[in-house]
Write a protein that binds this ligand. Structure first.
Ligand code: GTP
Ligand code: MG
Length: 198
């Protein structure tokens, strides 16, 4: 994909704030700090369009990024950030739930996991939530630059087993630092947005 335009449309906490666009949307879910916002920057080739931080809990809103007026990439707030209160966790849950259940133009929701770690209970739960909503269940194994090729293969296998994924090709190693996987992910996005909604 040639990026002609990439802009933040809006940061939303409630449905009324979602942009009134009808272009297809692809959303990114995953634990805080796994690299969701960095992935959006890497994909659109902009260093700091999406705000990132070495501290978990940076993205606390649903952020909609318009790419070429063709699709929106949607950065979801991360989960599993230890320092948040129960009420904040509930707020997070209803924010994500409202988005996933009320936005017809969502084509796929990608789960990001850290390639170095076995997915935890939160990841397993999020993944089954995504699958339960009817999405394919693509997984981005993020921060692949942290592992050698042979370690990546082992990790992908562990992620596959833990998330109970049959088709290994649903798991895509990706690095925002080295840009590994950028082209593969764009090819996939293009095929996703070309596919008519059923
Ligand atoms: P929340 O907004 O808290 O949910 O986090 P996030 O998933 O958006 O993570 P973010 O993109 O802010 O990145 C978190 C940290 O990981 C930052 O310090 C990034 O520089 C680092 N990081 C992100 N992607 C990569 C990657 O591919 N490789 C390496 N080595 N570091 C990365
Ligand atoms: Mg973020």
């Amino acid at each position: 994909m040639i990026i002609r335009k990439a802009e933040l449309l809006i940061t939303a906490v409630k449905k009324a704030q979602y942009p009134e666009t009808t272009v297809p949307e692809i959303a990114f879910a995953g634990k805080s700090n796994v690299g969701k916002s960095s992935m959006i920057n890497a994909l659109v080739n902009r260093k700091s369009l999406a705000r990132t931080s070495s501290q978990p809990g940076k993205t606390q809103t649903i952020n909609f990024y318009n790419v070429n007026d063709e699709l929106n990439l949607v950065d979801l707030p991360g989960y599993g950030y230890a320092k948040v209160s129960k009420s904040e966790k509930d707020k997070w849950g209803s924010m994500i739930d409202t988005y996933l259940s009320s936005r017809d133009q969502i084509r796929e929701v990608f789960l990001l996991v850290d390639i170095r770690h076995e997915p935890n209970q939160n990841d397993i739960q999020m993944y089954s939530w995504i699958k339960g909503c009817g999405y394919t269940g693509y997984v981005i194994a993020a921060k692949s630059d942290k592992l050698s090729r042979s370690q990546q293969i082992k990790s992908v296998e562990l992620i596959r087993k833990t998330l109970d994924i049959k088709d290994k090709s649903l798991i895509i190693p990706f690095s925002s630092s080295s840009k590994a996987g950028v082209e593969e992910v764009w090819n996939l996005f293009e095929s996703i947005i070309k596919t008519e909604e059923v």
